[in-house]
Design a protein around this ligand. Structure first.
Ligand code: DQA
Length: 164
C-alpha cells in the first residue's frame, strides 16, 4: 500500500530495552554463589538476547562498577531510543540518590531486578532508592528474574504500541 515505514525504517524507529547492571555484577558466576548463583553475567545476557529475539525486542546491555558511568548511560538512553530499562543497581540500590534522580529525570519506565532476596538478608539491603519509582521489583528469583522482567517489559511496550 506504500503506507507506513519500510521494514528497515521500522527497525530504526523501534524502541529498545536496556539492561543495566551495577557494581560487582561482572563477577557473577564466582561471586558469593550462595546469594547470586553460578550463572555469569555473560550467560544472563545470552539468555536475554535469545528471549528478546523471540519477543521481537531490541535489547542492549551495559554493566559498570562506576556510578557516573551508570548515570551517563541513563542520560543517553532517551536519545538512543530506549523505552524500558531493566536495572540491577546492585549495592547502589541502597545508597544512590544520584542514580534515582537520573531515572526520574529521563522518566523511562524501569524494573528493578535483584538476584537475591534483599528482604531476607542484612537490614541495610531492605531499603531501596528505586522501588517506589519502579514499574515493578523482582527480587530473589536468581537469573530467572531478568527473564521475567524482560517478558514484563515486552508486554508493557506491546500494550503501549497498541494504544498509540
Ligand atoms: C543485588 C543485591 C544487593 O544488595 C547487592 O549489593 C548486589 C546484588 C542482587 O542482585 O541481589 O550487589 O542487587
Amino acid at each position: 500500500m506504500g503506507l507506513g515505514p519500510t521494514p528497515s525504517q521500522r527497525f530504526l524507529f523501534m524502541a529498545s530495552i536496556l539492561v543495566l547492571n551495577g557494581p560487582n555484577l561482572n563477577l557473577l558466576g564466582t561471586r558469593e554463589p550462595g546469594h547470586y548463583g553460578r550463572t555469569t553475567l555473560a550467560g544472563i545476557e545470552e539468555r536475554l538476547r535469545g528471549l528478546a529475539g523471540e519477543l521481537g525486542q531490541i535489547i542492549s546491555f551495559q554493566q559498570s562498577n562506576a556510578e557516573h558511568v551508570l548515570i551517563d548511560a541513563i542520560h543517553q538512553a532517551p536519545s538512543q531510543g530506549v523505552a524500558f530499562i531493566l536495572f540491577n543497581p546492585a549495592a547502589f540500590t541502597h545508597t544512590s540518590v544520584a542514580l534515582r534522580d537520573a531515572l526520574a529525570a529521563v522518566a523511562i519506565p524501569f524494573i528493578e531486578v535483584h538476584l537475591s532476596n534483599v528482604h531476607a538478608r542484612e537490614p541495610f539491603r531492605r531499603h531501596s532508592y528505586f522501588s517506589d519509582l519502579a514499574a515493578g521489583v523482582i527480587s530473589g528469583l536468581g537469573a530467572l528474574g531478568y527473564e521475567l522482567a524482560l517478558r514484563a517489559a515486552a508486554d508493557r511496550l506491546a500494550k503501549d504500541n497498541t494504544q498509540n
